[in-house]
Design a protein around this ligand. Sequence first.
Ligand code: SF4
Length: 336
Amino acid sequence: MQNIKRVFTGFRPTGKQHIGNYVGTIQNCISLQNEYDCVYCIVDVHALTTLESTEDIGRDTYEMALDWLAAGIDPEKSIIFVQSHVPQVMELYTFLSMVTPLSWLLRVPTFKEKIKLHPHNVNCGLLGYPVLMTADIVLYKGELVPVGEDQLPHLEMAREIVRRFNSLFGPVFPEPQAKLTPFPLVMGLDGVQKMSKSCNNQIDIAASPEEILERVKTAVTDPARRYRSDAGHPEVCNVFRLHNIFTPDRVEEIASQCRSAGIGCVACKKILAQSISSALEPFREKRETLAARPDYVFEVLAEGANRAEVIARETMKEVRESMKLSPRGFRGNSSD
Ligand code: SF4
């Protein structure tokens, strides 16, 4: 257990999770907790950089945590908590801002993209986002950060900030390493965009079998297949892509039946809805049990914040000492 590395990862509070989150991020986090010391953080402060209203943020945080716990994140093995519940992260963010050149932040491609997406809300926090992300990771001495290839530039920025801090004040932080993780891309029901709540093209993992069927019915299929008697092209059909994930044992049969018009899209979608529903049944049962104890999620998050804060206090003590900041109660040098 001595060499066990600490994994840190943060997720914006997006409310109820969908099957894209489930087969990508959530299942990955569940498997990591058996191998590493994992710290999972719901980054509500990051969400403020683009949110124009905070009306739903508390509910979204709760729903997300409930889904994660029901899916298998084990609070006995991992720390799961809410970013703003451990205020030391804001202190470290401020200190790291002082060693981060403005030019580094201005060249971050996602900053430019976000300006385009939110032209009426270009706030200071948006620019400082990579610094806050670095503070999140290093406050808990995260050594490994699970990322997809597209997120590597963000992690490289965190590493640069850490190197700069360590070169100025001493080796306080480990340089976080990327743990390259293949996150399967799950397309939304529209077949055009990645599955997401904001595109309303998702299937929630907490959906009932009936709701799953209703959602699957709306999925776009092979656009060339206009009549039941038309031969289909499963390779361009998004329902078929989902069969690959949820009905792996029958994909060859479904593909062949689709190509020979032996199966219609309505029947094919019913099979998919059934497969998704069966795969999520254990999750739904556990979620119902946990939801019947409304205080449970809050207790887990509070306990997670307590455990995270123990690490955070230790780190901040080290940070202040390395930066030669005067301790509380400092009365100056009496010989002066
Ligand atoms: Fe897609 Fe299935 Fe219809 Fe073929 S039969 S086009 S795989 S929904």
